[in-house]
Design a protein around this ligand. Structure first.
Ligand code: PMP
Length: 397
């Protein structure tokens, strides 16, 4: 066998030249869509914390602080609690793939886009699914869910607490108990509800939950807290399938020292993001959950009062189904969704979103959450929306 070694000098004329990446001055706007939300000033500061190696003591100390803070945020004593690298979807993929494999079944409570994402993830991992549905403007009754659990006996039920695509909040208290009667684990998305809507992981018997940092926590996206109950841990310990390496909770638990002081390397977590998440949790602990829930409830009640007075029509008919963090209203007549979004951004410096998934073309989605959940911002956004409804029908943008 002859090996020929080609020693080539790159021909400069063949090289891709260095690009001239332009300077960009991006104006900071008031982010009142369904997320991301603006950063808390302390979180912005925390993002510039020192870069740490993923095996030094300081790094493990921060992870320990985060685990303590997350136990408070989720209201749980579970030890299997940590944050995965990635946005909210990574939390979703993590809990689904660690608990279910092709021999399991997942019942999906479908009312918005996130349940469909869970279905897609399950499909990609060969996990069989069933669906039970309600209209997009409603939430589930426990009777409907229980009938399906009884009939199908699925391994797990996936349900979204706060649905940012529709603007609904699902009652969860008591659902875990019903699931457990049928040997079913309860999996919950709290991406847009945690820190704003009351949530009690242990008391409500929730088996796996994930959230994100860029909504009511007012942090940057990119790190997703997850937690698993004792029952979920038993399922993980007895599972016969393999989850993706990056999201394998058994390996991540060793990195995060969930059960013993191992201090193992799994992957390089982003130091700015762990500093930021730690800061969000410190802020939440200082405010307290109760005060954060009360603040969100009272600000949103005020915002809804303003919207009603200004003539906006809510997409969700029942006030008790309306989510605190994300409000959905019908697009005012005579105004296109896109024109409305453009006008309010250009004239008022406010970002809100149009519909998503089942609400495309049907709703404006307005997020008053986290650092932006204040009466002054509720007033500013409602007035800007009224001005936009008047202005965008007349003007050609
Ligand atoms: N679930 C809900 C309820 C959400 O609002 C979002 C994001 N809008 C997600 C999941 C997905 O999160 P991410 O975009 O951070 O991946």
């Amino acid at each position: 066998k002859t090996w020929i070694l080609y020693l080539t000098t790159p021909n400069p004329s063949n090289m891709i030249p260095p690009p001239n990446i332009e300077e960009r001055h991006v104006k900071e706007l008031l982010l009142c869509g369904p997320g991301p939300c603006n950063l808390l000033p302390s979180v912005r500061q925390a993002l510039t914390g020192p870069i740490l190696s993923p095996i030094c003591d300081e790094y493990f100390d921060i992870m320990s602080d985060i685990r303590i803070g997350l136990k408070y945020a989720f209201q749980t004593k579970t030890e299997l609690i940590l944050a995965v690298s990635g946005s909210g979807h990574s939390g979703m993929e993590c809990i689904i793939t660690n608990l279910l494999g092709p021999k399991d079944t997942l019942l999906i409570a479908k009312r918005g886009i996130w349940d469909l994402r869970a279905e897609t993830i399950a499909y990609k991992h060969g996990i069989p699914t069933y669906k039970t549905e309600v209209p997009i403007t409603a939430t589930f009754s426990f009777e409907q869910i229980e009938a399906e659990l009884k009939r199908l006996r699925p391994t797990a039920l996936f349900i979204t607490h706060g649905d940012s695509s529709t603007g609904t909040v699902q009652k969860l208290e008591g659902l875990g108990h019903i699931c457990h009667k049928y040997g079913t684990l309860l999996l919950v998305d709290t991406v847009v509800s945690l820190g704003a809507e009351p949530f009690f992981m242990d008391e409500w018997e929730i088996d796996a939950v994930y959230t994100s940092t860029q909504k009511a926590f007012s942090g940057p996206a990119g790190i997703a807290p997850v937690a698993f109950s004792e029952l979920a841990q038993q399922k993980i310990n007895n599972r016969t399938h393999e989850p993706p390496f990056y999201f394998d909770i058994k390996l991540l638990a060793r990195q995060w020292n969930c059960f013993e002081k191992r201090k193992e390397y799994h992957h390089t977590l982003s130091p700015p993001l762990i500093w930021a998440l730690r800061c969000c949790l410190i802020e939440l602990s200082k405010e307290t959950l109760q005060r954060a829930w009360d603040r969100h409830a009272s600000t949103t009640a005020l915002f809804h009062k303003f919207l009603k007075e200004l003539g906006f029509e809510f997409l969700i008919p029942k006030p008790e189904d309306r989510l605190t963090t994300v409000t959905t209203v019908k697009v005012p007549s005579g105004c296109s969704e896109q024109d409305f979004l453009k006008y309010i951004r250009q004239k008022h410096g406010i970002v809100i979103f149009g519909g998503l998934g089942p609400t495309v073309g049907k709703a404006l989605r307005v997020g008053i959450m986290g650092v932006n959940s204040t009466p002054a911002i509720a007033d500013r956004v409602a007035k800007a929306m009224a001005d936009t409804a008047r202005g965008c029908t007349k003007s050609k943008i």
